[in-house]
Design a protein around this ligand. Structure first.
Ligand code: NAD
Length: 477
């Protein structure tokens, strides 16, 4: 059992508070507890982060980078323990959890270096006696709210650039998976991140975000989660014009052209669709397959999907774990049922395995063929292991179908023709396009969406800009 307290101002606090009980979604067993903090505890964290900002923001980028590098090394040293904990609280298979720990750590390494390259500019003045200097400075205290589907990476993608830029940071991890966040806080402490620079407050989401929103010392909100909550936070942040980064929902289309490399398209489609049981924001959500390759793709893809092993992610060979909870399960079940009622063919899977007593919810990896645009699965984020496939004829039709959504996070194109691939990738209204690549996300590249998928970018040289203010100094000499 992992029984954690909140981490505020370098102290582990919250003994007397009520607890959130964290359960293993694959077995229903208790994994650990964290306190339910509210406004008061969040105010303490804001005060601690505010106090710490004075020193942390003045340190050199190299000094901050060296501490972050130590944090990165510790994450790798304890990768096995972190991955097991993540599988226990999130359900994703151990191998995937290990992949996430390394991916999460890679952001810490990347931004430890990137902090040294926060360059300003000297611009020619408007007259002989005028000088223009442009410098970049940390925004201040950052309030972060993160989701359960990537318990480590959704934190480090924000924490690492914020700290590298000189900001101090408070995160509210999700109720379902707060334990990985607490273990990260222990490693951060061990790495020498000074008290108050990184704080973790678990608890009531509304109360914690209210405290962030009403305190003018919190200068920036960074959120990953649903579009619905992102919209709410944007409204709340309007009062103080908070700076905001929002990484929200998606509904990724996959276009598979007649000239695609079939084996590659199938393998990449599986990697994109079934990772984390289909519970990722960049998961392939709908497949558009051109008529000339349609039968071959459905056949080969379905055969491979049928071989995926469903179960407890800590067991050998398991490739697809449980869904996070009952409401996630019910949404998947509803979308599959509705598609079949409207005429789709269930080629593989289609059934759920729910145990309401234990509160464990699995859904078989599923392939639906003969899907049409009017089905819910083609419009609303599924967040489950379901691959609906629709046939198309022309590139224009594929682009129209793919862009017909309020979301714009990730899209995928499979073609071996460079001219066609260039045209298609440029026409897709998405922040990320994988061309013959089902898993494009990496620390070196800017990740984020267009339309209602969010604001801002995480990763790449763009990732650190989210935590910097631009100052123009006009000097008359
Ligand atoms: P969610 O929006 O329900 O929860 C995300 C976080 O917001 C959690 O910490 C939760 O406690 C908190 N929260 C919930 N209600 C709140 C409120 N009223 N005020 C303040 N905070 C509140 O989303 P989820 O179910 O945890 O995550 C799944 C969603 O996240 C999906 O839509 C997915 O696409 C999206 N997501 C996006 C990205 C991205 O980078 N774009 C990455 C991962 C997940």
């Amino acid at each position: 059992m992992y029984d954690y307290l909140n981490y505020i101002g370098g102290k582990w606090t919250g003994e007397g508070l009520e607890k959130i009980i964290v359960k293993n979604p694959a077995t229903g067993e208790k994994v650990g507890t964290v306190p339910i903090a509210g406004e008061k505890e969040t105010e303490q964290a804001i005060e601690a982060a505010h106090q710490a900002f004075a020193d942390w923001s003045k340190r050199t980028a190299e000094e901050r980078g060296n501490i972050l590098k130590r944090f990165f090394e510790l994450m790798l040293e304890y990768e096995d323990e972190l991955a097991k904990l993540m599988t226990e609280e999130n359900g994703k298979p151990y191998k995937e959890a290990m992949g996430e720990v390394r991916y999460a750590a890679s952001f810490v390494e990347w931004f430890a270096e990137e902090g040294k390259r926060i360059y300003g500019r000297i611009v020619p003045g408007k007259s002989e006696n005028h000088r223009i200097r442009v410098i970049k400075q940390p925004v201040g205290v950052v309030g972060a709210i993160t989701p359960w589907n990537f318990p480590a990476a959704m934190i480090t993608r924000k924490l690492a650039p914020a700290l590298a830029a000189g900001c101090t940071f408070i995160v509210k991890p999700p109720e379902q998976t707060p334990l990985t966040a607490m273990r990260l806080a222990e490693l951060a402490e061990q790495a020498g991140i000074p008290e108050g620079v990184f704080n973790v407050v678990c608890g009531n989401p509304e109360a914690i975000s209210k405290a962030f929103m009403k305190d003018s010392r919190v200068r920036k909100i960074t959120f990953t989660g649903s579009t619905e909550v992102g919209r709410l936070l944007m409204k709340q942040g309007a009062e103080q014009i908070k700076k905001m980064s929002l990484e929200l929902g998606g509904h990724a289309p996959v276009i598979i052209c007649d000239d695609a490399d079939l084996n590659k398209a199938v393998d990449m489609a599986i990697a994109s669709k079934f990772r984390n049981s289909g519970q990722t924001c960049v998961c392939a959500n709908r497949f558009y397959v051109q008529s000339g390759i349609y039968e071959a793709f459905v056949d080969r893809f379905s055969k491979k999907v049928a071989q995926l092993k469903l179960g407890n992610g800590l067991e050998e060979g398991v490739e697809v774990g449980p869904l996070i909870d009952q409401s996630g399960y019910e949404k998947v079940e509803r979308q599959v049922k509705e598609a079949i009622e409207k005429g789709a063919t269930c080629v593989v899977g289609g059934k759920g395995i729910a145990d309401d007593e234990k509160e464990t919810y699995f859904f078989e990896p599923t392939v639906l063929a003969g899907v049409t645009a009017d089905m819910e699965v083609m419009h609303i984020e599924t967040f489950g292991p379901v691959a609906p496939i629709q046939k198309y004829e022309t590139d224009e039709e594929a682009i129209r179908l793919a862009n017909d959504t309020p979301f714009g996070l990730a899209a995928y194109v499979f073609t071996e023709n460079v001219s066609r691939g260039t045209r298609l990738t440029e026409a897709l209204d998405y922040g990320i396009v994988g061309w013959n690549d089902g898993v494009p996300s990496t620390a070196q590249a800017p990740f984020g969406g267009t339309k209602q998928s969010g604001l801002g970018r995480e990763g790449g040289i763009e990732g650190i800009e989210e935590y910097l203010e631009v100052k123009y100094i006009s000097l008359s000499i």
